[in-house]
Structure formats: C-alpha cells, structure tokens
Design a protein around this ligand. Structure first.
Ligand SMILES: C[S@@+](CC[C@H](N)C(=O)[O-])C[C@H]1O[C@@H](n2cnc3c(N)ncnc32)[C@H](O)[C@@H]1O
Length: 305
C-alpha cells in the first residue's frame, strides 16, 4: 500500500473497543470516537447500509458508492461483504484526509479478527485507491466523474459541532450533486443544520428508525436523503414532531464555508453570528418544550467503554 504523507493528527488516535467489542479509535483532536458506542460494525450495518436499500439492485449490476471519511475502513469492509453477498459489482470512491486510522486498523489483530481473511484482503485492495486529502478539495476534483452517478453516499465525518467543514451548505451541495436520481445519502447525523442544508439542495429526507435501546426516543437514528421520494418503510421513518420543530429553530442555520478552506473555528463563529441575527426561534425554547439536553454535540459518539 502506498501511504501519503500526513502528520496532522499523529499520536492523537487511540485504539478502543465499542460496547459490542468491535474495534474503534478515539480521537483526542476531535474529542470523539470514530463510531457509535453501540458498536462499529453494528453502526455500519444499521446506519449506513440498511437504509441504502441494496435489495433494489439486481445481482450482477454495478453499485456506485462515494464514501466520505473512510477512517479505519469499517464501513468499507461491511460494504464489501454486502456487495459480495448480493453479487454486486462495486465502483467506489473513498475520501479521507489522514492515513493513520487505516494504518492503525490494518496493523491491529483485533480489527483484522472481526472479518474473514478474504474481507481484510479485499479491504486492503479497495483502500489502496483512496483519494487522500481534504474532502472539500478532492470531491471538487472528482465532480466531473461523479455528478448524478452515485447510488449511495456514505457520510461519516465527525459531527458538525467539531468538524463543520464537511457539513457546510457548500460542501453538502457538492455531495448532493453526486447522487443519481434514485441514489441515497446515509448518515448518522441528525443535526437540524445538516437536514436543512440537504432540503435547501432539493433532496427528500427521512429519518432512521432509532436503534434498539436508544434513550432518545424522539430522535431518529440518523438521516437519509435522496433526489427522489423515499419510502417510509423500515428502517426509514418520518421525522418526529420534535425533529420537525427543531428544523424551525436557530439550530437549522447552516454552516457556511464559501471558500471551501475555512477552519472549524471560523465556520462556527460565522454561524454563531448568523444565528443571532436570524430571527428564528431560539433552540433553548425548543429544548425546554421537548425537555432536551445539549446532547447532540457528540451525536452518540462518546468514549466507548
Ligand atoms: C468519524 S471518523 C470516520 C470513521 C470511519 N468511517 C470508520 O469506519 O472508521 C471521521 C474521519 O474523517 C476524517 N477527516 C477529518 N477531516 C477531514 C477532511 N477535511 N477531509 C477528509 N477526511 C477528513 C478523519 O481523519 C477521520 O478518519
């Protein structure tokens, strides 16, 4: 494997275990785990693959997938297995800034032992062609190949509170343009700003069925978006009344990054000012009404035990 030079986060990633024992990483830089505390593989299946509707594709057909933030390659490995089981050809574009998560995962027995040998080998082969760099730039460079072609976009960046660069109105415009007419974007993220930006780009939205054992009953377990109407059949669900109202508060003010080069701090500050002058309902009133805490920041990605 040819690894690119990148020293942005060296030494700041720690291998850890999710509740189901699956391998994950904890990022000191972002103060966030790479996966849900429930389990990395479980999350890949429930949040990213189940809502993709792979059953819509006949055996032998080609599935075109854009994967944002490949990280350890857990979502990629689960996708590879699903394609193999369904006899789908995979055309895949993986985007990632930092080679370290994949290097750490592939060098770790606990990561490798989660899959049959052939899956690990297929993952190594697949990830050898990752488009390394800031996804804001690499995706721009891929637009001519991707516009209107992707059956599935897996969006697995760190949450908007810590990585707004990959959830801005402008970046989500680029991402939305990649979707084929019946294509689907899947993400764990249920932030109002992200949902509102996807709506602004003309996509139809659905929530994801809350995962078993979730204490956050009124929150769906993520977001699915498509240029076409989405069937509200499991695991896709309509937004709860609480989520619909959330979209009418200041929480829905988008992150803006017009140059595609803003830092997280710049993007956050610009949004804070925008929220103050927006005239939209304050989120604290909404929080009181629905008895919500400030819990969205880490989007369920707390340090796994
Ligand atoms: C939540 S983790 C991804 C988890 C991954 N899907 C997995 O299964 O391990 C977020 C990833 O986004 C990457 N990242 C952060 N900023 C980025 C950027 N601007 N462009 C591309 N990738 C970025 C991080 O290096 C990290 O690997």
């Amino acid at each position: 494997m040819n690894w690119p030079d990148y020293s942005g986060a060296e030494g700041l990633l720690k291998p850890c275990r999710c509740k189901d024992g699956s391998f994950s990483l904890w990022s000191e830089d972002y103060g966030q785990a790479f996966h849900s505390e429930r389990g990395a593989i479980q999350e890949a299946q429930d949040t990213f693959l189940a809502p993709a509707g792979l059953e819509r594709f006949a055996p032998g057909s080609t599935l075109r997938v854009l994967e944002l933030c490949v990280g350890t390659g857990t979502n990629t490995a689960v996708l590879l297995e699903a394609c193999q089981q369904r006899q789908l050809q995979l055309q895949w574009w993986g985007l990632e800034l930092d080679p370290q998560p994949l290097q750490l995962a592939l060098a770790d027995q606990r990561f490798q032992q989660q899959w049959p040998h052939q899956t690990v080998e297929a993952l190594k082969k697949q990830t050898a062609s990752i488009h390394w760099g800031d996804a804001r730039q690499t995706l721009r460079g891929l637009q001519s190949q991707l516009v209107g072609r992707c059956d599935l976009v897996i969006h697995d960046a760190f949450s908007p509170g810590v990585c707004p660069q990959l959830w801005s109105l402008e970046f989500l415009a680029l991402v939305s343009q990649c979707l084929a007419p019946q294509g689907r974007l899947t993400t764990y993220c249920s932030a109002a700003s992200v949902r509102q930006s996807l709506l602004t780009h003309g996509l139809q939205l659905a929530g994801l069925k809350p995962h078993a054992g979730s204490a956050r009953h009124q929150w769906s377990g993520g977001t699915v978006a498509s240029p076409s109407e989405l069937p509200l059949a499991e695991p896709l669900v309509a937004f709860s009344l609480m989520e619909q109202e959330h979209l009418r508060t200041q929480a829905a003010v988008p992150y803006l990054d017009p140059t595609g080069q803003g830092t997280a701090a710049e993007i956050q500050e610009q949004r804070r000012q925008q929220q103050q002058s927006s005239g939209q309902l304050s989120t604290s009133a909404w929080r009181r009404r629905w008895q919500q805490g400030e819990g969205l920041r880490n989007a369920g990605r707390f340090p796994p035990s």
